[in-house]
Design a protein around this ligand. Sequence first.
Ligand SMILES: *[C@@H]1O[C@H](CO)[C@@H](O)[C@H](O)[C@H]1NC(C)=O
Ligand SMILES: *[C@@H]1O[C@H](CO)[C@@H](O)[C@H](O)[C@H]1NC(C)=O
Ligand SMILES: *[C@@H]1O[C@H](CO)[C@@H](O)[C@H](O)[C@H]1NC(C)=O
Ligand SMILES: *[C@@H]1O[C@H](CO)[C@@H](O)[C@H](O)[C@H]1NC(C)=O
Ligand SMILES: *[C@@H]1O[C@H](CO)[C@@H](O)[C@H](O)[C@H]1NC(C)=O
Ligand SMILES: *[C@@H]1O[C@H](CO)[C@@H](O)[C@H](O)[C@H]1NC(C)=O
Ligand SMILES: *[C@@H]1O[C@H](CO)[C@@H](O)[C@H](O)[C@H]1NC(C)=O
Ligand SMILES: *[C@@H]1O[C@H](CO)[C@@H](O)[C@H](O)[C@H]1NC(C)=O
Ligand SMILES: *[C@@H]1O[C@H](CO)[C@@H](O)[C@H](O)[C@H]1NC(C)=O
Ligand SMILES: *[C@@H]1O[C@H](CO)[C@@H](O)[C@H](O)[C@H]1NC(C)=O
Length: 463
Amino acid sequence: MRTLPAAVVVLLALSNAVELFGAESGGECEKKIPIDSRPHSVSIVEFGAVGDGKTLNTLAFQNAIFYLKSFADKGGAQLYVPQGRWLTGSFNLTSHLTLFLEKGAVIIASQDPSDWDIVDPLPSYGRGVDVPGKRYRSLINGYMLHDVVITGDNGTVDGQGSAWWDLYASGSLNYSRPHLVEFISCNYTVVSNITFLNSPSYSIHPVYSSNVLVRNLSIYAPPESRYTVGIVPDSSDAVCIEDCSIGVGFDAISLKSGWDEYGISYGRSTTNVHVRRVGLQATFGSCLAFGSEMSGGISDVLVEHVHISDSNKGLDFRTARGRGGYITEITASDIHMENVNTAFSATGQCDTHPDDKYDPDALPSVSSITLRNITGTNISFAGNLTGISGAPFTGICLSDISLSIASKYSNSSTFWVCSYVSGISESVFPEPCPELESGLNSYASSTSCFSHRSSTTQPVDDT
Ligand SMILES: *[C@@H]1O[C@H](CO)[C@@H](O)[C@H](O)[C@H]1NC(C)=O
Ligand SMILES: *[C@@H]1O[C@H](CO)[C@@H](O)[C@H](O)[C@H]1NC(C)=O
Ligand SMILES: *[C@@H]1O[C@H](CO)[C@@H](O)[C@H](O)[C@H]1NC(C)=O
Ligand SMILES: *[C@@H]1O[C@H](CO)[C@@H](O)[C@H](O)[C@H]1NC(C)=O
Ligand SMILES: *[C@@H]1O[C@H](CO)[C@@H](O)[C@H](O)[C@H]1NC(C)=O
Ligand SMILES: *[C@@H]1O[C@H](CO)[C@@H](O)[C@H](O)[C@H]1NC(C)=O
Ligand SMILES: *[C@@H]1O[C@H](CO)[C@@H](O)[C@H](O)[C@H]1NC(C)=O
Ligand SMILES: *[C@@H]1O[C@H](CO)[C@@H](O)[C@H](O)[C@H]1NC(C)=O
Ligand SMILES: *[C@@H]1O[C@H](CO)[C@@H](O)[C@H](O)[C@H]1NC(C)=O
Ligand SMILES: *[C@@H]1O[C@H](CO)[C@@H](O)[C@H](O)[C@H]1NC(C)=O
């Protein structure tokens, strides 16, 4: 091995220091993922694609990507999609590629299941999430790629999900539904400046990936699309989600890391995630959900400057016996909510399991969750925090929270429901349950409260 000159060693040490400082003050979004312009560009039209909304263009996309593979070592290339309606089945991307959707360009997903390959389930799930067994490959896929960008001048990807929502609702899916974009084991991926509509299931699904940037997206699926989810960082690290507007049927942003024994044995966490400046709406689910599939662990998540509206739940921490794993070192601050049923939820009762082989003694750990500077109007219930007997949720720290409860519910004496949780609260209205005792005590001075990532020590359990 070549020895590094001393000056380089000093520079490396400095850049590590800067990176650490950056992470503490601002999180992953402060790191800049370099976005290079590509020296080569081809249009999908050159591969015979027809933008009439009727012609199936799957082969044109596959052939274009195959051709662009040869540019990987020549600075990469751009695949340009001009104005038009481009119907297609699923296709793969390649490394050092930019997929660019021009203004007025709409990639439309075929509604015919036979245009979608069937693939094995993810190893950390052991089966499809909708139905046991295999799943459909996503519309746009990356597998073991490096440096991929999906962007445009407000072009659109329309999943035409209604056919899939109906199959799901009527219980007639043969395989689990596809997503719009899935990156598996990729490094340096960017999705920005475009609109995603009507996903069959998730819109953006990075799994086993590192260095994921999701910026300036609009993601929309109508309320009746009950189990549609916006962005799902899954067993992935170094993820930034910023400046996005998301409105879906189920969860807007959902952090996951595998399901029960499959997630435990795969053992890859979701960590170092930063979400900021996003507007979220989740009709039947939650705006920011953690789990319930969290068996590989979820840690070091910073959420800030969020606007939440017209949703079932605001922030939601979900797990169950059998999951194992952990949710820890989560900070969410500077959030406004309006027209939300339950502002804060934490539950250890998400008892759906991939099969009956899970270990009921695999208890999850939920700890060190700080929620700060949050306001709400027209909220029905402030919080339902229900941990697990034998595995209580600890270090739940609430401060500077003010929720105005909808008049219909404001005579209720149970704004908060708590069991098997502990933590502290400061300046929280309405007054929280006694489990989150107020005021400064030895607990409050514990470094795990009201600070982000300052300590890895677990809070002292005061029960
Ligand atoms: C797409 O990538 C997968 C690997 O993830 C591969 O099995 C499949 O053959 C590829 N499809 C095409 C059309 O290249
Ligand atoms: C966001 O994307 C749109 C196109 O979809 C573009 O017009 C706008 O300038 C972008 N905004 C930022 C802040 O990048
Ligand atoms: C982007 O496109 C969507 C849907 O086509 C539209 O609603 C939105 O206003 C557009 N945004 C910009 C910045 O042009
Ligand atoms: C599911 O499988 C059944 C039996 O093979 C078939 O009749 C049906 O068309 C399939 N459904 C879909 C949506 O592919
Ligand atoms: C991602 O790329 C960076 C820089 O090339 C490298 O240091 C890192 O090991 C890669 N990570 C993975 C998971 O491949
Ligand atoms: C997105 O749009 C903005 C504004 O036009 C531009 O500065 C940026 O480079 C675009 N691309 C990406 C990848 O963010
Ligand atoms: C609290 O959050 C709001 C956004 O909801 C923000 O405007 C304000 O600056 C924050 N206050 C503090 C003290 O950080
Ligand atoms: C209050 O929020 C509920 C949803 O939780 C909504 O149905 C209702 O219309 C909202 N009321 C007002 C006055 O906005
Ligand atoms: C609170 O959550 C628990 C577990 O998720 C649930 O069983 C209970 O019904 C909820 N309570 C209220 C009042 O919503
Ligand atoms: C709430 O209480 C006030 C006064 O105690 C009463 O006037 C009002 O009718 C009650 N509202 C509901 C919805 O019960």
